[in-house]
Design a protein around this ligand. Structure first.
Ligand code: NAP
Length: 285
């Protein structure tokens, strides 16, 4: 008999929350003559980055906020980018700024992040916001981890007391999502490339979050019956299709609920970016 898990559609959740939460907040700000505005700094012509930026612009438009992409050649100087960020910091009409990663090697990501005003840091990558996230204080939270937690909760799962296994310990996904789950009082295990026996760590998992960057890394045999599986990875296959870090078809046979790729974590990340821009506008105005 074919087991049918609940498909956690990040796309559907983001569309619903756009109507229920974001548009009313933007309308309220508009009544106070505030028009939330996001600036995306895009350096070079990285194809994936350009595609992510288009998705952000499209969602911003649906929410009724302004989104501008400032484009620079790949050989733009670091000083020029830092100068542009200083101008944005000082411009009251701009509430959020993100610098699309990756950057060319001659531009220091650390210097860029240290220059962004934490109150406009809608990617949640500055040391100030990362520190606040760690402490469980109100802050602009990084978008992918925030989106993952929201989609788990919107799917009806309570994180408190659950065994959450995160595979991946990057600064943009694995580590912050582990801390956010811990702040929700889940019991969190964070695995990585040096973890001795990941399958053993997964034995008692209620929720598995996979962010390793390897196509179809998580196999059905590693997944306990009834687990909730969140797939963060995104890859283009040789046939030109998208797939994630989870062997979706096989894992679906065992999971209670699973997020798809595309249509899972990606749209929730974009949703959180626009939500953060609106939050920043509320705080700054
Ligand atoms: P990353 O910086 O490359 O980190 C990958 C992590 O996986 C590292 O911690 C690494 O361990 C671990 N890892 C690698 N091989 C492993 C193995 N064989 N067993 C166990 N752990 C292993 O990747 P990332 O930036 O977190 O991104 C992960 C994936 O999510 C990528 O596919 C990326 O494109 C995708 N992503 C999607 C979104 C979205 O919005 N949908 C956002 C961000 C990222 P070590 O630390 O020990 O090396």
């Amino acid at each position: 008999m074919n087991h049918q898990p609940h498909i956690i559609s990040g796309r559907d959740i983001a569309t619903r929350l756009l109507e229920e939460e974001l548009i009313p907040k933007v309308n309220k700000l508009n009544k106070k003559n505030v028009q939330p505005k996001l600036v995306v700094i895009l350096v070079g012509d990285h194809a994936a980055s350009a595609s992510y930026v288009r998705q952000k612009e499209k969602f911003a438009d649906k929410a009724g906020i302004l989104a501008e992409t400032w484009r620079y050649d790949a050989d733009v100087s670091e000083a020029k980018i830092l100068e542009e960020i200083e101008c944005i910091n000082a411009d009251d009409s701009i509430h959020g700024v993100i610098v699309q990663l990756p950057l060319p090697d001659h531009i220091s990501v650390e210097k860029v992040l240290n220059t962004i005003d934490p109150n406009k840091d809608v990617d949640g990558f500055t040391p100030t916001n990362v520190g606040r996230l760690f402490l469980g204080e109100p802050c602009l939270q990084c978008c992918t981890p925030k989106g993952i937690i929201r989609m788990i909760e919107e799917s009806g799962e309570d994180l408190m007391g659950k065994n959450v296994v995160v595979i991946g310990r990057s600064n943009i996904v694995g580590k912050p999502v582990s801390i956010l789950a811990l702040n929700k009082r889940a019991t969190v295990t964070t695995c990585h490339s040096r973890t001795k026996d990941i399958d053993k760590m997964l034995e008692d998992a209620d929720i598995i979050i996979v962010a390793v960057g390897i196509p179809k890394f998580l196999k059905a045999e590693s997944v306990p019956e009834g687990a909730v599986v969140i797939d963060v990875g995104i890859h283009r296959t040789e046939e030109g299709k998208l797939c994630g870090d989870v062997d979706f078809e096989a894992v679906s046979e065992k999971a209670k609920a699973i997020s798809p790729v595309p249509g899972g974590v990606g749209p929730m990340t974009v949703f959180c970016l626009i939500e953060n821009t609106i939050e920043a506008a509320e705080q700054l105005s």
